[in-house]
Design a protein around this ligand. Structure first.
Ligand SMILES: *Cc1c(COP(=O)(O)O)cnc(C)c1O
Length: 240
C-alpha cells in the first residue's frame, strides 16, 4: 500500500518552505487533490487526512467518483473525521454539450477558455437557477496545442464573462509547459500572475476574482512562490 499520508506530508513541507521563502501564509492556498484514475480507497485516505477539494479532468469520471465519495461520506455519518464539505473541481477541457453534466456537482470549473463555452455555462446556470464559479484558463506557455485563451485576448474575454448572468468569474487557471527547465515554468507562472493582477486592477470583475490556479506535481513549489492560491496535485500524492 502506498503511503498517501507520507506523500501529502512531504508536499505540505514543500509548500510550507515555499511560503516561508516568499512570506506567504499556508492558509492562502488550497490543494485540489486530482483523482483521475485513482481507486476510491486512495481517495478515502486523502479524505481522512482532512482534504476536501478534489479535481477531475473528465466529465464521466468526475460524476462517478463524486457519487462514490458522496456515498462513502454518507455511510460514515457524523463520525467521520473528514470535512462534510467536499468540493469538486472540473480541471480538464470541457465540451459544451457536457456542461449540464458537471454544473450540479462542481464548485469551480477551471477550464473556461472561449466565449461560447462561457455562454453555454451561463445559460445552463440561469436555467438551473444557480451561480456557477468559473476560472478563465490562460495559455501562458504559448504552445499552440495547449488549451487556454492566449494572454493577449484574456482581458477582453474576462470582461465579457464578467457581464454574464449567473457566472462568478473567480480568477485564472494556467498550466506550465512540460519541461524540466524551471526558468521556463517560472516565466509562465509570472505571466499568469501579472495578468491576474492586471485584470483585478482594472476592476472589470468583482471581489470573487481572487484565485490563481497553477502548479501541479512537478512545479507546485514554484507556483506557490509566484502567487498560486490553488494547486492541482495528482501523481505526487497517488503514484506508486
Ligand atoms: C492531471 C492534471 C493535474 C495534476 O497533474 P499531476 O502532474 O498528476 O499532479 C493538474 N491539472 C490538470 C488540468 C490535469 O489534467
Amino acid at each position: 500500500m502506498i503511503k498517501i499520508a507520507n506523500k501529502l506530508e512531504k508536499i505540505e513541507e514543500g509548500i510550507a518552505d515555499a511560503c516561508r521563502r516568499v512570506g506567504r501564509d499556508r492558509s492562502e492556498i488550497t490543494i485540489v487533490v486530482v483523482t483521475k484514475t485513482v481507486e476510491i480507497d486512495s481517495i478515502k485516505e486523502a479524505l481522512k487526512l482532512g482534504y476536501s477539494d478534489f479535481g477531475e479532468n473528465r466529465v464521466q469520471h468526475l460524476r462517478q467518483v463524486a457519487a462514490d465519495v458522496q456515498a462513502y461520506a454518507q455511510s460514515q455519518g457524523g463520525e467521520a473525521s473528514f470535512s462534510p464539505n467536499i468540493k469538486w473541481h472540473m480541471i480538464g477541457h470541457l465540451q459544451r454539450n457536457k456542461v449540464k453534466q458537471v454544473l450540479d456537482i462542481t464548485s469551480l470549473i477551471h477550464s473556461v477558455d472561449t466565449l461560447r463555452l462561457a455562454e453555454e455555462i451561463s445559460d445552463a446556470a440561469v436555467k438551473a437557477d444557480i451561480q456557477a464559479g468559473v476560472l478563465l484558463q490562460v495559455n501562458c506557455s504559448g504552445e499552440p496545442q495547449k488549451y487556454g485563451v492566449p494572454v493577449g485576448a484574456a482581458t477582453h474575454l474576462a470582461e465579457q464573462i464578467a457581464t454574464m448572468d449567473n457566472l462568478r468569474l473567480c480568477g485564472l487557471m494556467t498550466m506550465a509547459p512540460l519541461t524540466m527547465n524551471k526558468d521556463i515554468v517560472r516565466a509562465c507562472f509570472v505571466r499568469a500572475r501579472e495578468l491576474f493582477e492586471e485584470i483585478r486592477g482594472e476592476r472589470i470583475t468583482g471581489d470573487d476574482f481572487c484565485h490563481l490556479s497553477m502548479g501541479m506535481s512537478q512545479d507546485y513549489e514554484i507556483a506557490v512562490e509566484e502567487g498560486a492560491t490553488i494547486l492541482r496535485i495528482g501523481s505526487a500524492i497517488f503514484a506508486m
